[in-house]
Design a protein around this ligand. Structure first.
Ligand code: AMP
Length: 461
């Protein structure tokens, strides 16, 4: 019984601790600011939904639905209590003894931890009749997603996305362009400057089926030269073959038919206008005909952003247009476009590109080094006043020797030590020591508050 088990976070999940969490907050805060400037409002949807919502929207042939979802039966559903189930099964003449067999014989509701949020946003759009709202409905979300993938650097089973969606009656290329402009403004705002935006058009229901068929025919001809995964995809999802990173397949893929040569007039026109709009807005892009995206629901515009310093998992954002999705989920005919930024990778890339990232965070401003019982009440009061005016303060709970106090202030990364001894209390002044160069000032309370407040504004703390 005395065995001491060391609990650890489950494989593919991780804790985000300070100071990293401060960078996460800064990145998420930048998204909120930028998206609000473009007229987006936040939507918070549940972490789990009916499995069928994802199966229907993302597509059963995709890796996400086929092998990566965390799905389970609702354990709080009273119908699922073992005894009840087995009794029910007996009543129906079943000879099943195990719960598994019983569950299979009934159609119980299954739920899934969301692997992405677009399906949930569309579900909410329909559920709340948002199509009656004026103008386009512009929503953003921030939160965790779950996919049972093989964990590696930049690939987790619980990861985080910041996403935005525009839903409404119009599919004007200006909507796509504005959304992409907003995305690139966000990346610039968080200091991710070495990004590349790739764009493509994958056609719509009028032209894509013919393209997919000609791609499939060509792939069947070269089947023997392809690896196992690509061979399977020829029949299930031939567009995904274009995503392949297998070195031996690259030369073959380069010779395959390209969607650009198969777009119908409307899709071609939409793509041309999108590119004109991006140029007008000063958004740089590269065209990539192989950018098809993994999920089934995309039409026309697809895009992806890659960032430096991430190795093979270098996609920090994926997005595209999904004009039929709301209808597919039982809603009114609706156009839609959106993107999802991978927060984990965005933050990794910021950290790799800016080794100084920790110093750029606000950090602790003041460590109160108080000494003597008489100094303590004064320390408590000034700490409260400083905190009220937005200055971050660490106030030791127990008295410390002066040297130890300054040592701790330094280790905690405080910018200033505020020294309060009995002399200071008697003269109603404080000694403020800047820890970077040991410069000291004696200040009365008002001057101190004013000085630290202006310092806070100056550093953006
Ligand atoms: P997707 O929803 O697959 O289009 O992914 C959009 C973005 O989310 C990707 O570009 C990645 O940055 C991020 N992402 C997707 N899957 C993972 C994962 N398993 N771990 C970390 N980030 C991910």
């Amino acid at each position: 019984m005395s065995e001491r088990k060391q609990f650890r976070a489950i494989k593919g999940t991780r804790d985000i601790l300070p100071p990293d969490s401060a960078l996460w907050n800064r990145v998420e805060g930048a998204a909120r600011d930028v998206f609000a400037n473009y007229g987006f409002g936040e939507i918070r949807t549940p972490i789990f939904e009916e499995t069928e919502l994802f199966a229907r929207s993302i597509g059963v042939e995709t890796d996400v639905v086929g092998k990566e979802m965390f799905s389970f039966f609702d354990p709080f559903d009273s119908r699922l209590r073992t005894e009840v189930l087995i009794e029910e099964a007996r009543k129906r003449g079943s000879r099943a003894t195990g719960v598994g067999e019983v569950i299979l014989s009934f159609n119980f509701e299954e739920i899934t931890l969301r692997p992405e949020a677009t399906a949930s946003v569309c579900r909410a759009y329909i559920e709340h009749g948002m199509h009656t709202l004026p103008g386009n409905v512009k929503l953003y979300y921030i939160g965790p997603m779950f996919r049972r993938e093989r964990p590696q650097k930049g690939r987790y089973r619980q990861f985080y996305q910041i996403g935005a969606e525009v839903l409404g009656q119009s599919d004007a290329p200006a909507i796509d362009a504005e959304l992409i402009e907003m995305l690139m403004v966000f990346f610039r705002r968080v200091g991710l400057d070495q990004t590349t935006l790739y764009i493509n058009s994958i056609g719509d229901k009028n032209c894509r089926p013919q393209y997919v068929e000609s791609l499939r025919e060509e792939l069947r001809r070269v089947k023997d030269q392809l690896g196992e995964d690509s061979q399977r995809r020829i029949e299930t999802n031939p567009l995904r073959v274009l995503d392949s990173k297998v070195p031996e397949e690259q030369a073959i893929i380069e010779k395959l038919p390209r969607i650009a040569d198969h777009l119908c007039a409307e899709c071609r026109d939409h793509f041309v206008k999108l590119k004109q709009e991006l140029k007008m807005r000063g958004v740089k892009y590269d065209e990539n005909w192989r950018l098809v995206r993994g999920l089934d629901y995309y039409t026309r515009t697809t895009f992806e952003v890659t960032a430096a310093g991430l190795g093979s998992q270098n996609a920090v954002c994926g997005g595209g247009r999904y004009d039929g999705l709301v209808e597919l989920l039982g809603g009114p005919p609706t156009k839609g476009i959106g993107f999802a930024i991978g927060s984990d990778r965005t933050i990794l890339s910021i950290q790799e590109g800016h080794p100084e990232w920790k110093r750029e965070l606000p950090g602790l401003a003041v460590f109160v080094a108080w000494m003597g019982a008489k100094a303590y009440p004064a320390a408590v009061q000034i700490a409260r006043k400083l905190r009220d005016s937005g200055v971050s303060v660490e106030l030791p709970a127990e008295e410390m020797k002066f040297k130890k106090s300054l040592g701790l202030a330094d280790k905690l990364g405080a910018r200033y030590a505020l020294i309060i001894g009995e002399d200071e209390v008697a003269s109603a002044t404080y000694t403020l020591k800047r820890l970077s160069d040991a410069e000291q000032k004696k200040l009365g309370e008002n001057d101190l508050l004013e000085y630290l407040e202006s310092e806070r504004r100056g550093t953006g703390a």
